[in-house]
Design a protein around this ligand. Sequence first.
Ligand code: ATP
Length: 272
Amino acid sequence: MRVEFDDVTVALGGRDVVQQASLTVDSGTVVGLVGPNGSGKSSLLRTLYRALKPRQGTVRLDGQDVQRLSGRQAARAVAVMLQDPVTDFDLSVQETVLLGRAPHHASFGRDTPDDLRIVDEAMRRAEITDLADRMVATLSGGQRQRVMLARALAQESPVLVLDEPSNHLDISHQHELMSTVRSLGRTVIAALHDLNLATQYCDRVVVLAAGRIVAAGPPARVFSPELIRTTFGVDVRVLGDADDPVFAFRRLDGGEGQDVPPSTRTESSVRT
Ligand SMILES: Nc1ncnc2c1ncn2[C@@H]1O[C@H](COP(=O)(O)OP(=O)(O)OP(=O)(O)O)[C@@H](O)[C@H]1O
């Protein structure tokens, strides 16, 4: 399923926190949204899963305005994994993952053998099978995050939104998560802070700064030392090959990520 943000502006607290963002994510591709804290990544993503309505512009799924979809249609199309998930702590892990099946049920429909099979498979992929009977409240932050991954997988939506999905995960599970979502063949849009992770697993990256898209394209091309310096206020050493780079960062003396990078391209319309 193709995702299009068309000239999207989001206002929060009387301020445009996303400004005229246009971006097309082709079906089956993995796109990373990167940018400093407060640059508008979550706000842009929230317009896709309808937690926010754009002040201006349209978000489309295969050409259809998401605001015109029914709640059930939207939930079948887009699954979301948030950085600090709001979960019902009174549920077990398996019950929580089963919630991912809800958009596929008629009202008050019962779980079917198919649902249970899909949930088992999702828990296996998220490596939480051994936690199935634990209450979510008793889990660590990283375990909880993997429960949310399993729930999103069980939803079987063609589009998967990940908002800083790996902040609680150890290094091995960060890679496992990205490699799992990459293997799904779904359209994935992930807000990521780790540029190395984005480089390794994303087909395209989109850089946001102060609410605007300032660059987009293949990671190795977009993540130039100059863009990283002006956007994040850190110096970078590029290790490895030019087309398969590994970044080592050092903060600039007195440096701060700038709200508006002075020397990066501003693209009002970007196809990734
Ligand atoms: N409910 C709100 N009311 C007012 N301003 C808000 C609200 N939510 C977010 N903002 C502001 O909108 C801007 C964009 O926030 P957003 O969460 O989209 O950024 P982000 O790039 O996802 O940041 P982070 O990397 O810290 O998660 C920030 O300046 C933030 O303070």
